[in-house]
Design a protein around this ligand. Structure first.
Ligand code: ATP
Ligand code: MG
Length: 599
C-alpha cells in the first residue's frame, strides 16, 4: 500500500492564531532570541545560541488520564502550528499536582501523540519535559517575589480567605497578614517549605489588588502546603505551586512563544502576564516572554469529552475499557480503526475560533472516509449470511463441486495493489437483506423471477426460497445464467438492475463488531442529564460474518472497505491467524442504503 497522503502538508485555512503568529513573524517579535537547548532561567538562555525555532508551542497534558478527541484537537493545533511556521512544539507533562499523576498515563500520552503523527525531537534535542523538574526554580521565583514585596504568607483559614475574596459585585478585603515585611514572609515561607506547618494552615499569595474587578487578581494563592509523595520528586517537597502560578513559569523556562489554551483560562491571562513581567523585571526570566492565547474547546456530538465521565463509563463497565472502540479516547479511536490522518484532518478542518464549538460526529466519519476511500483495499463481506444455492450448477459446469475462479482489483484506482481471487461455487453466502420474497417497490436485488449479478461473478436468476417452521428464510435458490461472467464478452448480454456482493464457499467465517454511536442523544450529558439514560442499546452488534478468503491474511490494524458495507479494521488486540476479528469504523455514507451498483 502506498504511504498515505501527508495530511500535515495540506494547506490550512486562516484562523486568528495563524494571524497572530504571522504578525509576530513579520514583526520579528521573537527574532534573534536565544535558546540554550534546554529549559532554564534568564541566565541559562542568555548563554545560549539564537533559537533555531521560529516559534515554540507546547501541549501540556496533566498525566491523570487518557487523552480524548479534545486533547487530540489541541495536539494537532499546537504541533501543527509549530510545523507550519518553522517552530518546535514541546510535549510537557504538567505534573505539578502530586496527587493524581501516574506513569501509566505518561506512557499512554507519549504513545498517543506519536500515533497521531507528531514528534518533539527537533534540532538534535528532545523537547519532552516535566513541569516537576522546575520545582526548584518555582521556589526560587517565589522567594524573589517575596523579596520584592510581591507575595506574602497568609494564615487565614480557607473559609476566611474565601469570604474576604468578595465576588463580582463586591471588592475583596485585605488579609490581616498582608502587611508583613518581606523578611517576615521569607522566614514563614521557608518554614512552610521545611515542613514546620500543617497542611492547609497557610499559603503563599501574590500581592496584587484585592479590589481588582478580575477576581483572579485578588491576591491569588501561588503555593500551598501538601504532604504528598510526588511521582517524580518523591518527598522532597511538602509545598506545591498552584497551577496558575506554575503554568506561566513552565512556558517561560521553555521559551514558549505562543501558549495556546482553551477559553476558560481567559480570565487567568492578566495574572499570567503579571507574574511573568515581574519575574523578568527581577532578572529571573528571559524576554521576550511567552503570551497566552485562548481558543474554543472542541465538543463533539454523541461523545463526551470529560475525563471524569469517561472514567465512569470504564469503571461502571458500560464500555470494555479506555480503548473500547466506542470511546472518544485516542486509543478508542485507534482501536475502532480511525486513522491519524483522519483525526488530523478533522482538527485542521475545525481551525481555531474564539467560541467553543460543537462538531458533528459525522464530520469525523467523513474525514475517515475521505482518507480511506483512495487507499483502503476492497473486499467483499456478508454480514448477515444467508445461503444462496445455484441449483443448475452441475448442468452448467458439469459438476456440483466445480469452483469458478473470479477476480477483482484490490482497489479500483490502484492497479499496483493487484488482484483479489475468490471462487464462485454452487452455494454462496449473500446478505439476508439482499433477498425479499415479496419485493418492495424499487427493490432490484434477489426476489423470485429477478435476475441480479453476483459482483465480479455471474448473473443469477432467483427461483425461490426455503423457510423454517417459523417462516424465517433459511436459503435462497437461483439458477446461474451461463456465459455471463464478469469480464467476459458475454457479461453484458444479459441486462440486470441489481448487483449484489457475496462470498463463496472458500470464504472465511469472522467475528465482526458493528459499532455505532454510544448514545442516542447528540449531547448525552447536556443540562446535567445522566448520560446512562441515553445509552444506545445497539452501539455494539456482534455478528458472525463471511468474508472473502484473502482476508484470512489481514494484518492487525489493516483497514479495508467492505464493499457496500463500509470501512472495517482488523482488531489490533483480538484479530489473528485463524481468529479473524474486524471492527466497523464507519458505514460508507450516513444512512447508507444498499442498492444497485455496477460490477
Ligand atoms: P479534561 O477536562 O477532560 O480533564 P483537561 O483540559 O483538564 O481535560 P489537560 O490534561 O489539562 O486536560 O489538557 C491538556 C491540554 O488539552 C490543555 O491545553 C487543554 O486546554 C487541552 N484540551 C483539553 N480538552 C480540550 C478540548 N475539548 N478541546 C480543545 N482542547 C482541549
Ligand atoms: Mg486540565
Amino acid at each position: 500500500m502506498p504511504a498515505p497522503a501527508d495530511a500535515h502538508a495540506a494547506p490550512k485555512a486562516a484562523n486568528f492564531l495563524r494571524s497572530i503568529i504571522e504578525r509576530d513573524l513579520d514583526a520579528g517579535t521573537y527574532q534573534g532570541r536565544a535558546f540554550a537547548g534546554s529549559p532554564g532561567d534568564a541566565a541559562h538562555h542568555a548563554a545560549g545560541a539564537p533559537d533555531p525555532a521560529k516559534i515554540r508551542t507546547r501541549f501540556p497534558p496533566e498525566p491523570n488520564g487518557y487523552l480524548h478527541i479534545g486533547h487530540a484537537k489541541s495536539i494537532c493545533l499546537n504541533f501543527g502550528l509549530a510545523h507550519d511556521y518553522g517552530g518546535v512544539c514541546h510535549l510537557r507533562f504538567d505534573d505539578t499536582n502530586p496527587e493524581k499523576e501516574e506513569q501509566e498515563y505518561v506512557d499512554a500520552i507519549v504513545e498517543a501523540v506519536h500515533w497521531l503523527g507528531f514528534d518533539w525531537n527537533a534540532n538534535g534535542t528532545s523537547h519532552l519535559f516535566y513541569a516537576s523538574d522546575y520545582f526548584d526554580f518555582m521556589y526560587r521565583a517565589a522567594e524573589a517575589l517575596i523579596g520584592a514585596g510581591l507575595a506574602y504568607v497568609d494564615e487565614q483559614s480557607a473559609e476566611e480567605m474565601r469570604a474576604s475574596r468578595g465576588d463580582f459585585t463586591t471588592p475583596g478585603t485585605e488579609s490581616p497578614f498582608r502587611g508583613r515585611t518581606p523578611a517576615e514572609n521569607l522566614a514563614r515561607f521557608r518554614e512552610m517549605r521545611d515542613g514546620l506547618h500543617a497542611d492547609g494552615s497557610m499559603v503563599l499569595r501574590a500581592k496584587i489588588d484585592m479590589a481588582s474587578p478580575n477576581i483572579n487578581l485578588r491576591d491569588p494563592t501561588i503555593y500551598r502546603i501538601r504532604r504528598a509523595t510526588h511521582h517524580n520528586t518523591g518527598d522532597t517537597w511538602c509545598i506545591y505551586p498552584m497551577y496558575t502560578y506554575a503554568h506561566p513559569i513552565e512556558d517561560a523556562l521553555e521559551r514558549i512563544t505562543h501558549s495556546i489554551c482553551t477559553l476558560e483560562f481567559e480570565d487567568q491571562r492578566p495574572f499570567y502576564d503579571w507574574l511573568l513581567e515581574h519575574l523578568a523585571d527581577l532578572g529571573l526570566l528571559a524576554r521576550p516572554l511567552p503570551r497566552q492565547y485562548e481558543f474554543g474547546r472542541l465538543n463533539m456530538t454523541y461523545v463526551m469529552t470529560s475525563k471524569r465521565k469517561l472514567r465512569q463509563l470504564v469503571e461502571e463497565k458500560i464500555v470494555a475499557g479506555w480503548d473500547d472502540p466506542r470511546m472518544p479516547t485516542v486509543f478508542g479511536l485507534r482501536r475502532r480503526g480511525y486513522t491519524p490522518a483522519a483525526i488530523r484532518a478533522m482538527a485542521d478542518g475545525t481551525g481555531a475560533s474564539k467560541t467553543n464549538i460543537w462538531l458533528e460526529y459525522a464530520v469525523l466519519e467523513q474525514c475517515l472516509r475521505a482518507d480511506l476511500e483512495g487507499q483502503a483495499p476492497r473486499a467483499m463481506a456478508v454480514l448477515d449470511p444467508l445461503p444462496l444455492e445455484l441449483t443448475n450448477w452441475a448442468e452448467v459446469f458439469g459438476s456440483d463441486t466445480h469452483v469458478e475462479p473470479c477476480a477483482a482489483p484490490a482497489h479500483p484506482q490502484h492497479p499496483e495493489y493487484g488482484q483479489r481471487a475468490f471462487g464462485l461455487s454452487r452455494t454462496v453466502w449473500v446478505d439476508r437483506d439482499d433477498f425479499a420474497e415479496a419485493p418492495p417497490k424499487g427493490f432490484h436485488r434477489l426476489f423470485p423471477g429477478n435476475k441480479v449479478r453476483l459482483k465480479y461473478g455471474m448473473v443469477v436468476e432467483c427461483t425461490g426460497c426455503e423457510k423454517d417452521a417459523g417462516g424465517r428464510v433459511t436459503k435462497v435458490t437461483a439458477r446461474v445464467v451461463p456465459d455471463t461472467k464478469s469480464g467476459t464478452p458475454g457479461a453484458d448480454a444479459v441486462k440486470v438492475k441489481g448487483t449484489i456482493t457475496w462470498v463463496g464457499a472458500d470464504g472465511i467465517e469472522a467475528t465482526v463488531n458493528l459499532y455505532d454511536r454510544l448514545f442516542t442523544e447528540p449531547q448525552p450529558d447536556a443540562g446535567g442529564r445522566d448520560f446512562r439514560d441515553v445509552l444506545n442499546p445497539a452501539s455494539l452488534v456482534v455478528v458472525r460474518a463471511r468474508l472473502e478468503p484473502g482476508l484470512a491474511a489481514a494484518a492487525r490494524e489493516q483497514r479495508f472497505q467492505f464493499e457496500r458495507h463500509g470501512y472495517f479494521v482488523a482488531d489490533r488486540e483480538l484479530h489473528g491467524p485463524g481468529v479473524p476479528v474486524f471492527n466497523r469504523i464507519a458505514t460508507l455514507k450516513d444512512g447508507f442504503a444498499p442498492g444497485a451498483q455496477a460490477a
